[in-house]
Design a protein around this ligand. Sequence first.
Ligand code: CLF
Ligand code: SF4
Length: 293
Amino acid sequence: ADLSETPLALETLRRHPCYNEEAHRYFARIHLPVAPACNIQCHYCNRKFDCVNESRPGVVSELLTPEQAASKTYGVAAQLMQLSVVGIAGPGDPLANAEATFDTFRRVRETVKDVIFCLSTNGLTLIRHIDRIVELGISHVTITINAVDPVVGSRIYGWVYDEGKRYAGEEAARLLIDRQLAGLKMLASRGVLCKVNSVLIPEVNDAHLPEVARVVKEHGAVLHNIMPLIIAPGSRYEQEGMRAPRPRLVRQLQEQCAEAGAVIMRHCRQCRADAIGLLGEDRNQDFTWENIA
Ligand code: CLF
Ligand code: SF4
């Protein structure tokens, strides 16, 4: 897959602030926080905060029902002319809350025209939702893949919960990785533009990331976002004294992943699950219910 392969890809890319660095100066996104639950445990996460896979911890996003989310989007779209993307990225995993997530997109589609739909997930249950994603016109999906080797993965994930069963250790990591790669491949083959986020975790997956870049590209990812680890207070990594990577290491790994063949996203702002506005800008406070009513 190539970012400029189809007319649809070109048109949506022109207006997607994450997929196109140029677009991020002019086009805005809204994240709808409708997805509280999660089905895995990352060692950098603390459930009191937003999903660290696509956002920064610190404050919890206020949850919205699908109905509230759709009416909020309608109100924001009327006032924020640059709005081009409606995304669901948490505060937990959107597909661990599939009904709320898809119901929200369906409601938004009925009332707001001409916006790109974007979804971010850990990928565990992706393979079960491919048809719905395609039918709803969710054209952009991000999967957070931090490892493609279960040994490395077992140092990142505490457990994985699927269909009533709890997995741990390498078994959990293997299940998650297999599902992520299978889901990525299926989505890419259906024309969905897939981006992969990888959290750079010093001395855990840094040396492994070029391999991740190679494998996810092979499975159809069009873009790779290497994000510096943010450690949530109270998380396992915090207890272990883990540190965030220095900016130099992040740049170095971005270069190495580019050499491995990936198209690298370098302007990620690690947004909150309820962010509104241009990337790096959070105008949630400007769009309270009173303001958009
Ligand atoms: Fe949101 Fe993510 Fe879609 Fe963008 S954010 S769901 S792809 S519309 Fe973008 Fe924010 Fe980085 Fe995400 S800057 S955290 S990569
Ligand atoms: Fe936390 Fe990981 Fe679940 Fe995101 S996917 S909410 S970071 S455990």
